[in-house]
Design a protein around this ligand. Sequence first.
Ligand SMILES: [Cu+2]
Length: 200
Amino acid sequence: MTFARRLRDAFIATLSLTCLHGAFVSAHAQESHKAQIDALRKAMEKYNDYKVAVRDLYLSTVGCVHYSGEKIPGSMEYAKGAMGVHFVNLTIKGPPDPMKPNVLIYEPVGRDLKLVAVEWLVPLTADTKEVPSLFGQRFMGPMEGHEPLIPKEFHHYDLHAWLFKDNPLGMFAPTNPKVNCKGSFALLESPTKMVHGPHQ
Ligand SMILES: [Cu+2]
């Protein structure tokens, strides 16, 4: 075997070991995210009764938010679908806690509300150095507040997790085409404007 060939083989062996290591690390990360998501789902189950949520200071913003799927330059891209009724807890502060989302999302079903997702809403401040992330998912944004329920000046990042209803667009997609706002006080929102944040 020539030296060049040995060198090449050694290089390939190192490369494949590195790739294997990378795959192992990401599989491991996914496993631990899965365990964490399962624990979160268990902890949030009690909020399927929205009265329990209200008593814990998750307060309803009333409107069931949905998007038409229309794309507007400079605005967030939301696939056609609903984001549901948001219950926001303003007493939860600080960096996003994977076990304590500050928003619960309900789907109106008949005269009831069913818990379908949770969300982390993180304000953009002068101290924000990087895009927040949880479970290996980067938050969306920064964007303006979602008018008319949240003032435009509330620049923020957010991440949704559809823990209790399958989302064909993915567990962390912002809208869910399987959720609907029929029969409730519905708000058709046009996508929020994107704003500038730290370098991404
Ligand atoms: Cu948002």
